[in-house]
Write a protein that binds this ligand. Sequence first.
Ligand code: MTE
Length: 319
Amino acid sequence: MLIGRPSDIRPSEITSKDNYVNRRQFIKAGAAAGGIALAPSAFAAVVPRNEFAKLPDISSSKFSTDEAPTSFDDVTTYNNYWEFGTAKQDPAIHTTEFEPLPWRITVDGHAEKTGSFEFDDFIKPFDLEERIYRMRCVEAWSMVIPWVGISLADVVKRYQPTSKAKYVAFETLQDPRRMPGQKRQVLEWPYREGLTIEEATNPLAILAVGLYGEALPNPNGAPIRLVVPWKYGFKGIKGIVRISFVEKRPASSWNIAQPWEYGFYANVNPDVSHPRWSQARERRIGSDRFAAKQPTLMFNGYGEQVAHLYKDLDLRKNY
Ligand code: MTE
C-alpha cells in the first residue's frame, strides 16, 4: 500500500501495474483465441495509441495535491462507464477490444472557430500537464489520480466562443457496436454533460488524455475525457466526441435519468446529502476497508480556486 510519495519520484515509478497488465494481457489473449483481431499500433503521434505508451513532454502543475496517488490497479479497475456495463469491474473487462483511435472531435455552436478534428490535431496546440487531483464520487468514495491533460480553459480560448455561449456541452460517442452497453437503455444515450462557461474556463478543469504518465486507459475514458475535481465524478464525461458552445443549460445524463438525485452543478458539498449517500465522509479507495472514513471537504478541497463561481447561488437548491 502506498503511504507517501517523495516529490522527486513520478507516480508511475512507484505503483505496481503488474496485476493490471497481466489481467489485460490475459483478457486480450482470450479475445484473440476467440478470433477477435487486435490491430497493431499504427498511430505513434502526440498521444500514442497503444495502452501503457508513455506520453511525451509532460510538465507538472501547481494545482497538484501531494497526497499519495491511488494505485494504477484501483484507478483502472474500479470504474463507472455504463457504455461498457453497470458494474464497477465491467469497464476493465469489456473495454479490452475497444480501439480508441482513430477518433474525431467536433467543436460547434456559438464560437468563431468550429470544425471536426482528428484527435491528434485537436490535442497538438496544447501543453500536456500532469495534474494529481483528489477525485470524489457521489457514492462516497474517493481516489487521488495523476491525470495527464490539457487545460480546458485553453481549449475554450482557442475556439473563441461568442457572447451567446453561456455553457459548454459535451457528448460521448454513440456507437453500440463499439460500446456494447449502449444496447441497453440504462441511460439515455449518448452520455451528456455540461459546464457553465465560467466553470469551463476555471484553471482547474482539464481534458485528460492520460494517467500515470501514459495514454489514457480505456476504462477511464480513452482517448479523452473531462476532469473537474471540485465536482462529483459523474461530471467527468468519458470518450468525448463533441464539444458545443451553447446558450441554454445543456442536459446532463444523470440529471435526465434521476433529476431528484442529481443536479446540474454537482459540486462536492459535505452539507448536502444525496438521497442515498451522505456526502459528509468518504472512503479512500485502496485504504484499509476497516479504516475510518475521512471527512469530505467543501468543493473537494478546491474552494480557494472555485468558491467565487458560486457566491450568488444557494448551493442547497443548486446541488
Ligand atoms: N462517462 C460516460 N461516457 N459514461 C459513464 O457511465 N460515468 C461517470 C463518469 N463519466 C460515466 C462517464 C461516473 S458516474 C463516474 S463516477 C466517473 O466517470 C468515473 O470516472 P473513473 O472511472 O475514471 O473514476
